[in-house]
Design a protein around this ligand. Structure first.
Ligand code: SIN
Length: 520
């Protein structure tokens, strides 16, 4: 049975930042479902937000983060993010990470929605995630054991403590990986929706693993829809970064109206939920929406990835309007953790998009996610280093296969339900329909651990999608107000009575946690 001090499930920025901190003093193994590059970090275009200029301040970055998050954020988590953010970037730079610079030699800092200052450090123009991943992988290649194409299928538990994970390797064999400490850094769940900027592997696996092991999940109703995916043949074909609007591009409808100017003082750079909702409304009213990039200088040099994406789909982004549609982009909810990254299950931790630290509140501020991965991944590594090894030599427990694998719905059916009923706008009637649909598959959600060994990776993904989709539905039905990434057409206002309250789910049931002050 392969054993390591620390087992990390996922290989994005949060996973690598934790591994980077841990690998000098502890043995670390990383399991990842696909290759290193099959994930959201690799796709991240915009950059990393941090206070890096003399006119900017930590207070301002905290305030912008809280405002975008509709004051659902945990102020302590926001402070930890922002105040460690500057150092995280400066350390990367001093270690040789090549962020983009201006002709004058200073760090090039971009602007994105709801930021008060230019504070987005980027690399390769619009390929920041890829550059960061490559940089960290190179640093870690001889220090960490990596298992690619290895899908974690269930956590190993002994006396209510996590002792590692069972995983299915490329050959389809189940292997138990034991560990003193297990970190879930497997991203969110964008693939639950039809239109998404996420990699198709993002089926909520890490979230569902933790839930089945008894961990608490929270803030699941808060789903961020990015306003601008490239629209091609009725589908989202990839992300058009908000940084494009930061460089002067604007949205217009078929009539040529710059509609965002009438919606929010920040117009095209308003918080994402507001821009996405307005595009959705324009589409509902029969208007197609486009991004006009004419004001952007040196578009092709600044945005090489987006230029290639547009050209691949037959659009010249410099001369033509780019057709856009909103799509699922980021999951603010996740596995509940404290500021170290500890979950409610002993020896189980979470970081990055899988975690709900409270840092993003109801809506994440642009380019705060790579930053979260860097800062919270490192903090978690530091915490685990301070703990003695805690492994029990008892055989870890994976439930036995006693059930037949039942009929599974298709992924597309789940995506259709999530998109129709749990999208940008929600109502009681539609959410109830989703709830009924998911309840027909409750047997898969509850019994999956008993036949997991006999499933294919696709069936495991579907079981995870059903688990997380049904929990998002429960949360969205319960939260009878609108806030950030949760918009109820039938309760369109944010209510004081819901301020600072979190809906928390675990296999033991659902509860409401009160305690956020909502003040930075
Ligand atoms: C974007 O580039 O628009 C996305 C960046 C982010 O979600 O932080």
């Amino acid at each position: 049975m392969p054993h390591s001090d620390v087992l990390i499930i996922g290989s994005g920025i949060a996973a690598l930042a934790a591994a980077d901190q841990l690998c000098e003093t502890m043995s670390v193994r990383i399991l990842t479902k696909g290759s290193f590059f099959d994930g959201n970090s690799y796709l991240a275009q915009g950059g990393v937000a941090a206070v890096l200029s003399t006119e900017d301040t930590w207070d301002s970055h905290c305030k912008d983060t809280m405002e975008a998050g509709a004051f659902q954020n945990d102020p302590k988590a926001v402070k930890q993010l922002v105040e460690n953010g500057t150092d995280a970037i400066m350390t990367l730079i001093s270690n040789g990470m090549a962020f983009d610079h201006n002709a004058s030699g200073s760090l090039a800092l971009g602007r994105e929605g709801a930021h008060s200052y230019n504070r987005i450090a980027h690399a390769g123009g619009d390929a920041t995630g890829k550059a960061l991943l490559q940089f960290l992988l190179k640093k870690l290649q001889d220090k960490v054991a990596f298992a690619q194409h290895t899908m974690a299928i269930d956590l190993l538990m002994h006396e209510n403590r996590c002792t590692g994970a069972a995983a299915r390797n490329k050959a389809g064999e189940t292997v138990s990986y034991t560990a003193s400490h297990t970190i879930i850094a497997a991203g969110g769940c964008g693939a639950l929706y039809e239109h998404t900027s996420n990699h198709p592997f993002l089926t909520g696996d890490g979230l569902a693993l933790a839930y089945r092991a008894g961990a608490e999940l929270g803030d699941l109703e808060f789903v961020q829809f990015h306003p601008t995916m490239l629209l091609k043949n009725g589908s989202a074909a990839g992300l058009i970064s908000e940084a494009v609007r930061g460089e002067g591009a604007f949205l217009q409808n078929e009539l040529g109206e710059r509609f965002m100017q009438h919606v929010h003082p920040l117009a095209d750079l308003a918080p994402r939920d507001i821009v996405a909702r307005e595009i959705f409304r324009q589409n509902k009213n029969g208007q197609k929406v486009f991004l006009n990039t004419l004001p952007v200088k040196n578009f092709e040099q600044r945005f090489p990835t987006i230029t290639a994406l547009c050209r691949k789909h037959g659009i010249n982004p410099v001369e033509s309007l780019i057709p856009v549609v909103p799509g699922m982009h980021f999951f603010m909810g996740g596995i509940m953790t404290d500021l170290h990254g500890r979950t409610s299950v002993e020896n189980l931790y979470a970081a990055g998009e899988s975690a709900c630290t409270g840092v993003h509140g109801a809506n994440r501020l642009a380019s705060n996610s790579l930053l979260e991965g860097l800062v919270f991944g490192k903090k978690l590594g530091e915490y685990i280093q301070s703990k003695p090894a805690a492994f029990s030599s008892q055989a870890p427990f994976l439930k036995q296969s006693v059930h037949q694998v039942p009929h599974f719905p298709d992924k597309k059916e789940i995506q259709a339900v999530m998109t129709a009923y749990l999208g940008i706008q929600r109502t009681e009637a539609e959410l109830s329909r989703a709830s009924e649909w998911f309840s027909a598959y409750q047997h898969i959600i509850s019994d999956y651990p008993y036949y997991v060994k006999n499933c294919t990776n696709e069936q495991s993904e579907i079981a995870n999608m059903l688990t997380i989709g049904s929990l998002i539905t429960k949360s969205a039905l319960a939260r009878k107000e609108s806030r950030g990434g949760h918009y109820r057409l039938d309760y369109p206002e944010a209510l004081d009575s819901w301020q600072g309250k979190q809906l928390i789910h675990s296999i033991a049931g659902t509860k409401i946690k009160v305690g956020k002050t909502g003040v930075a």
